[in-house]
Ligand binder design. Structure first.
Ligand code: URA
Length: 233
């Protein structure tokens, strides 16, 4: 999107005019989420040790928000349960809702290519989302939906204990870091969630529309690889 178009949309938003845009074209200019508590891995430590079986069962049966009435199925996440790399997106879209797997649509294919460029495969990392159910019409997740769902993500992080987390897109980054900061500001530095390094990248759906930002995404992933080497050496 040309800069003048961004400025135009910002002006229109400021004067209260709603302009229809694709969810991910809005990646860099959308208003921030209402603040929610930071995800804490230690918070609400269960009395009995958690397990993948009980977590999967809880997610499949979940009826904590209205998305359970519109979903085809929940999308738990997939990959290596002992992964060093945890990729966290925003929410399932149409294809993910149909197939029950994260990042399988066009954006997912780009994410898979980015992984390959990092010499990683989908099987060796773990990929999940902040929300486990698809928001209708691919709208942005609502804050109350994130609040209901985030304990599942907290439990996934606690079970996997990844060495590094990649927040894929604005919503994942803002949710995990409990911030209003724009994705353009969050990228390019190391953040921490419960002492686990977290790097924020642009969402692949946004990258599909912006060739210039694709270059930045690759810089971000190289930065993540560099950080990962530092942690593991
Ligand atoms: N976008 C996401 O954030 N997650 C998916 O699983 C698919 C598209």
């Amino acid at each position: 999107m040309a800069l003048s178009e961004i400025t135009r949309l910002q002006y229109l938003t400021a004067i209260g005019v709603t302009v229809w845009q694709s969810r991910f074209t809005a990646e860099v200019i959308a208003p921030p989420l209402e603040p929610i508590d930071v995800i804490s891995i230690e918070q609400a430590t269960p009395e009995t040790p958690d397990s993948w079986e009980s977590l999967r069962a809880d997610v499949i049966q979940c009826e904590q928000c209205t998305l359970c009435t519109t979903r085809t199925q929940t999308v738990f996440g997939e990959g290596n349960v002992n992964a060093d790399w945890l990729f966290i997106g925003e929410a399932p879209g149409e294809y993910e809702d149909e197939q029950g797997k994260p990042f399988v649509g066009e954006a997912g294919q780009l994410l898979t290519k980015l992984l390959h460029a990092m010499r990683l495969t989908r099987e060796e990392v773990f990929i999940t989302n902040v929300l486990k159910c698809r928001p209708p019409q691919n709208r942005d997740p609502h804050v109350d939906e994130i609040k209901q769902c985030r304990d599942y993500l907290r439990r996934q992080i606690a079970l996997i204990q990844p060495k590094i987390i990649i927040a894929v897109g604005r919503i994942a980054a803002q949710t995990l870091l409990n911030t209003h900061e724009k994705i353009g500001k969050l990228r390019g530095e190391v953040h921490y969630v419960e002492n686990i390094p977290l790097i924020a990248i642009y969402h692949p759906s946004y990258l599909l529309r912006s060739l210039i930002e694709k270059r930045k995404a690759w810089q971000d992933l190289q930065f993540a690889l560099h950080e990962f080497k530092k942690i593991t050496n």
